[in-house]
Design a protein around this ligand. Structure first.
Ligand code: MN
Length: 736
């Protein structure tokens, strides 16, 4: 690609000075990258030009395009930020600096303990892998921190990622898959959250192409086969709609809406339908001049063709949470097949395609600036907890729930809508209403009924929070295993509350929590000062404090204890976790070592036609009455399967080793206690291999042997057992 091509596409609103700026940025970038090539063998500058082209298509301001051309200079060439600033001014320098900071290698993480020599090659590889993952997460964390400062930096980053995805084919296979997965999990949802459909769909399609190459090829092939037939069909439909609207005096632009491969893939696999079922649904888009016309068009369509019940959505009156607006409906068309219709104004269309970047497309009109501010505010709100999280892994989990996850909309008694991530509890709701309401939340009524505080709210729920006159949150709310608080926003507010408490109190609480956990798990005699140093803390007291204010979670501490123990270098004085417990049994689900996801325990057999072997990509086919047959993913029989809804995702199972652990639970006896205990154990998929119950007067002691897979599972089940009514204590019995 050449500069001329780029300049040919410059939007009309750019002035000659803007064009000159872009030319200058190009010259500097070209000189800086001289001699560098991409993995494809192309000159490096082509990447910079491609990124600038993607940005130009979004019609971002010229300074952003210039920064796009320069985005890799500071990272990869001798050019310094100061040079850029001298040459191009502070604004562009700041943008380039922002993108560079995202890419530069982050600090060495705390848990990356350099003194620990890898014991063997395998654990060295595992450690390297987790280090890489952590670095990637850290980059993401920075991306989002940058988003708070300047959205434009993130848009450059997305353009960069898109071009990297387009050229991913030149990367080694393993890297390809890793990058594709990350793009699908983080960058495509990010583009979606910013409302930039133009970037989102292409990121998704490219991710699928590299993460599920077979499925991608299969869908692309089917699409190509049916293309011409579909095009004739679509042009007939479009023509008919056009005529109908013209007869009624409504000027409108009607077009067929292409389906993207990833969206077809999602429908096929999530809804378990065959390609033709997805493909048979035609979709059109009607663009009109104003909102009243949208509703007129809707009325006309519903009188001409029979609307399909349940398919009408009014996203004009109630926009989606990325500010998307449109009317959606589906009707039964003359040929008896479904026709999906989207109706929107020109402005809504720009918004739907370019999202937050639409703001730059038209310079006139103040309403767009107000819109932009609203979007930026909303993103800030979604991400206001980010500053408080410095564990990169925790951060990425938070992102997936708080920012990218599905949303639920619940109502206050006054009828205000509270927008929450799916899975949010009444306590999350309370904190979203007001921090004080959160702190003093003691109970909740959902739709008039008292519920427990770990209940997940659903859209449409009316939630009434019962508050205490004074007092603060409970420390249990920070215990992730209890699931009382699920949003990071609420969690950071709870933490903040505890941080403000008196230091001694926090130390005491932290100490009590840690001691209780260690006692529960039967871990004793460890050097707490040494443990503290592993977390870069001075001494045991600081360790207690960090736990007390919620900066350091107990599960991280316990994980660390068990992990270093596997590393075998340090902590010789530690009584090894589960040293006394010999592996009891090897559980294999579904025979032949195959785990059938979602159908655990289903009898499965290997298909004779393709004889899958461990390591092959596989797919399951549910047979009538004989369980599942496992085929290779590329097996022609599986690909040709008529009943596609019988195809299920499967993967090779790991044989799971469990350890018998003696657990004692003490409680005041009550009706239903045993049932509650066994329900919790069953929900964790733990096998209870022995149980002895001793009831004297009203005191009950349960001595159980639980076959647990790992320490996290043990921690979780003990915490859940202890939170049952009437239970005083649930802990692991010390051996001997
Ligand atoms: Mn780049």
């Amino acid at each position: 690609m050449e500069l001329n091509v780029l300049l040919d596409n410059v939007p009309g609103v750019y002035s000659p000075a803007d064009v000159e700026l872009i030319q200058r940025a190009f010259r500097v970038a070209e000189m800086a990258h001289t001699g560098q090539t991409r993995a494809s063998g192309e000159p490096y500058i082509n990447h910079c030009l491609a990124v600038a082209q993607i940005l130009l298509d979004l019609r971002v301001p010229p300074a952003v395009v210039a920064a796009g051309l320069l985005h890799d200079t500071v990272e990869d060439t001798p050019i310094k930020i100061a040079d850029i600033e001298r040459e191009f001014g502070t604004e562009i320098a700041r943008l380039v600096d922002g993108v560079t900071k995202l890419d530069s290698l982050p600090r060495v993480s705390r848990s990356d303990n350099a003194e620990l020599d890898p014991v063997d090659e395998e654990s060295a590889r595992a450690r390297e892998k987790s280090r890489k993952a952590e670095l990637a997460n850290e980059t993401l964390r920075k991306t989002f921190l940058a988003m708070g400062d300047d959205i434009r930096v993130v848009i450059i980053k997305l353009a960069d990622r898109l071009h990297n995805m387009r050229t991913l084919g030149y990367m080694p296979d393993e890297k390809r898959r890793r990058i594709a997965k990350q793009t699908l999990e983080i960058f495509a949802p990010l583009a979606n959250r910013l409302g930039i459909w133009q970037l989102k769909w292409e990121l998704e399609d490219l991710s699928l192409r590299y993460s599920e190459p077979d499925a991608y090829k299969e869908i692309a092939r089917s699409l190509a086969e049916r293309r011409s037939q579909r095009e004739t069909q679509m042009s007939r439909i479009v023509e008919e709609l056009h005529e109908m609207l013209a007869e009624n005096g409504i000027p409108a632009e009607v077009s067929g809406r292409p389906k993207h491969i990833y969206s077809i893939y999602k429908k096929m696999y999530r809804k378990g339908v065959v390609f033709d079922q997805v493909h048979d649904v035609r979709a059109v888009r009607i663009i009109v001049k104003d909102v009243p016309s949208c509703y007129s068009v809707l009325g006309l369509i519903h009188t001409h063709w029979r609307p399909i019940p349940g398919e009408f959505d009014d996203y004009i009156a109630v926009p989606k949470d990325n500010f998307y607006q449109s009317l959606h409906t589906a009707v039964m068309f003359e040929d008896g097949k479904t026709l999906e219709v989207q109706i929107r104004t020109v402005e809504m269309h720009e918004n739907a395609e370019y999202g937050i970047a639409a703001h730059w497309r038209y310079k006139e009109g103040k309403s767009r600036d107000a819109d932009y501010e609203r979007r930026v505010m909303y993103l800030r709100q979604l991400t206001d907890w980010i500053q408080d999280v410095d564990d990169a892994g925790e951060f990425v989990d938070g992102l997936k729930t708080d920012v990218f996850g599905d949303r639920v909309y619940a109502f206050t008694p006054a009828g205000d809508i509270i927008d929450l991530p799916a899975g949010a509890t009444p306590i999350d709701f309370a904190y979203h209403v007001h921090t004080e309401v959160g702190h003093r939340c003691r109970g909740a009524k959902v739709n008039g009924k008292l519920v427990s505080l770990d209940t997940a709210l659903a859209t449409g729920d009316k939630v009434e929070i019962l508050t205490a006159k004074r007092g603060g949150p409970s420390r249990d709310w920070l215990n992730a295993h209890l699931g009382l608080v699920r949003t990071n926003r609420a969690r950071s507010k709870v933490r903040y509350w505890f941080k403000r408490q008196d230091m001694d109190q926090n130390v005491n609480h932290g100490k009590a929590q840690l001691e209780r956990e260690l006692r529960r798990l039967g871990i004793g005699e460890i050097s707490l000062d040494k443990l503290a140093r592993d977390f870069n803390l001075k001494n045991a007291e600081d360790l207690y404090l960090a736990i007390g204010i919620g900066d350091l979670s107990l599960s991280r501490v316990v994980n660390h204890l068990t992990l270093t123990e596997r590393g075998k270098k340090d902590f010789d004085e530690l009584p090894p976790f589960l040293r006394d417990a010999e592996p009891a049994e090897t559980v294999t689900f579904g025979g032949d070592g195959v785990v059938v996801q979602g159908l655990k325990g289903l009898l499965s057999t290997m298909a004779k036609c393709c004889n899958p072997a461990p390591g092959d990509e596989i797919v399951g086919y549910i047979t009538r009455g004989r369980g599942a047959t496992i085929h290779r993913k590329d097996c022609p029989n599986a690909l040709r399967a008529r009943d596609r809804e019988r195809l299920v995702r499967v993967r090779w199972g790991e044989t799971q080793t469990t350890y018998p652990v003696a657990v004692r639970l003490q409680a005041y006896d009550r009706d239903g206690l045993l049932r509650d205990v066994s329900t919790i154990i069953a929900e964790e998929n733990i096998n209870m291999s022995q149980v002895k119950i001793d009831v004297k007067q009203n005191r009950a002691v349960f001595d159980m042997t639980l076959d647990v897979a790992n320490i996290n599972q043990l921690i979780r089940v003990l915490a859940k057992l202890e939170s049952l009514p009437n239970v005083m204590e649930a802990r692991r019995l010390r051996p001997g």
